[in-house]
Write a protein that binds this ligand. Structure first.
Ligand code: CMC
Length: 434
């Protein structure tokens, strides 16, 4: 009769141990009983960058990286992108089920009536230089919100938690739009709660002197779909940062601010910005083979927007975005950089280097082309990722806070530094070779 256990023999001692397996995992804490003697601390797992370590159980997002599957609460991303709206998906991610019509109306009303920020937030944002990166403004301002909402520290209070989550989802577009207007030297445009979530964001970004900004429905829907595609992505770098920081029981604004900072990096959400800069640098389809040659060299640049820790096939989000680019270009005119991107993809998908390493376009490869065609400057691209990811960060944070198995995050290390030694007076020290 097969058993859900793993038998391990420690060849240092000859002892055998039986470790339980649940959900395809052993608990690395169970390894601690494996010791060479009473002085031994016990065996640990060594896993830099969490390549094969689950840090939590989750019921929010499922990814099968080999098959290119992404589901929120069990619903395939393709179906949500086709039929749903961002606020409906946000409700689904937060609550676990799709809303009824009334639940969605109530949720929409709630979110759209928390879009304003305290006037002092504007003063705070004015403190940034004109050339500050909007992602830096966004992260700092979200962190500053904890000073405006002292009730946010009640992280064990379910009602207080939900209030902060709604506040964050509601205010993120406002802060994002203000960060854009600040960098352009334009006056801030206040939220218009009669518009949709995305329409209101576009109005705060674009409106100059119109009584009511007329949102283009194709662009509004395209951005709504992009928001759906970016809403959550299980335990990526920024979500893990949010969970780890939140595990100290700090307020959720501080935890999500940490997530935004993690997203800013070029290997994560900053990749959409890096892709555009790369495409501009390549400049012409004729130069693609030369660039691809460099990518394959030992110290060559990376093909930004390619590769993923989890997806070892085509990122399902990139498929939807690539298709949607055509609809957007019908309104905005074609972004000429798309030809370079398509040629990069064509070569990569048949080049041994990329095929062997299972490197495919990820979500960031085509999204920037749409953002650029819509008139956003490249600095805003990671911000456009952060707005919809807010519901993912908040929901993952709440799942962590309410999980009885979770504690303050505190990984172990393997110490390889000097052994204990005695202090030497400054006049007796020899110069070090470094
Ligand atoms: N261009 C060229 N080579 C690559 C690339 C790339 N974009 N990505 C991975 N490789 C190579 C890498 O050099 C390594 O080769 P070797 O085995 O010879 O050392 C191999 O592929 C495996 O890569 P890895 O760095 O071990 O993979 P990882 O899981 O640690 O990194 C990644 C994943 C996304 C950070 C990486 O693929 C990358 O840097 N991609 C470019 C940045 C990017 O597009 N990031 C957005 C990710 S999706 C949006 C999000 O959720 O953040």
């Amino acid at each position: 009769m097969p058993k859900d256990t793993l038998s391990v023999t420690d060849n240092r001692t000859g002892k055998t141990y039986e470790l339980p397996i649940a959900n395809g995992c052993i608990r690395t804490a169970d390894l601690r009983q494996i010791k060479t003697g009473p002085e031994d601390f016990g065996l640990m797992g060594y896993d830099p960058a969490f390549l094969n370590t689950a840090n939590c159980t989750s019921r929010i997002t499922f990814i099968d990286g080999d098959k290119g599957i992404l589901e929120y609460r069990g619903y395939p991303i393709e179906q949500l992108a086709e039929h749903s709206t961002y606020l409906e998906v946000a409700y689904l991610i937060m609550h676990g089920e799709l809303p009824t019509k009334k639940e969605l109306d109530d949720f929409t009303f709630l979110v759209m009536h928390h879009t304003y920020v305290h006037e002092n937030i504007k003063t705070f944002m004015d403190g940034f230089r004109y050339d500050a990166h909007p992602m830096s403004i966004l992260a700092s301002t979200v962190a500053a919100l904890s000073g405006f909402y002292p009730d946010a520290k009640h992280v064990k209070d379910a009602r207080a938690r939900r209030v902060q989550m709604v506040r964050m989802i509601a205010k993120m577009p406002t802060i994002a739009a203000f960060s854009y207007r600040h960098s352009m030297g334009l006056p801030y445009v206040y939220p218009n709660n009669d518009l949709s979530y995305v329409g209101n964001f576009l109005s705060m970004v674009r409106n100059i002197g119109e009584a009511k900004y007329a949102v283009n429905p194709v662009l509004e829907r395209a951005l709504d779909v992009l928001f759906i595609l970016h809403a959550d992505h299980e335990q990526n770098c920024s979500t893990t940062a949010t969970r780890l920081v939140g595990s100290s029981e700090v307020d959720p604004f501080s935890a999500v601010a940490a997530g935004i900072e993690a997203l800013y990096g070029p290997l994560h959400g900053g990749a959409n910005e890096a892709v555009l800069r790369m495409l501009r640098e390549i400049g012409h389809v004729a130069k693609v083979p030369q660039f691809m040659k460099k990518v394959k060299e030992a110290d060559g640049p990376k093909l930004m927007g390619f590769g993923h820790r989890v997806y070892k096939s085509y990122d399902p989000r990139a498929k939807v975005i690539k298709r949607m680019a055509e609809q957007v270009f019908e309104v905005t005119g074609k972004n000429p950089l798309i030809d370079i991107a398509v040629e990069l993809e064509r070569i990569a998908l048949q080049d041994d280097y990329f095929v062997k390493r299972k490197l495919y376009p990820n979500v960031d490869f085509y999204s920037g082309l749409i953002y650029e065609a819509m008139g956003f400057p490249v600095d805003m691209f990671p911000v456009l990722f952060a707005i919809p990811r807010t519901v993912g960060w908040c929901s993952q944070w709440e799942e962590m806070i309410t999980d009885d198995e979770q504690k303050i995050a505190r990984p172990r290390q393997v110490y390889l530094g000097p052994k204990r030694r005695d202090y030497v007076a400054v006049e007796k020290r020899k110069p070090s070779s470094t």
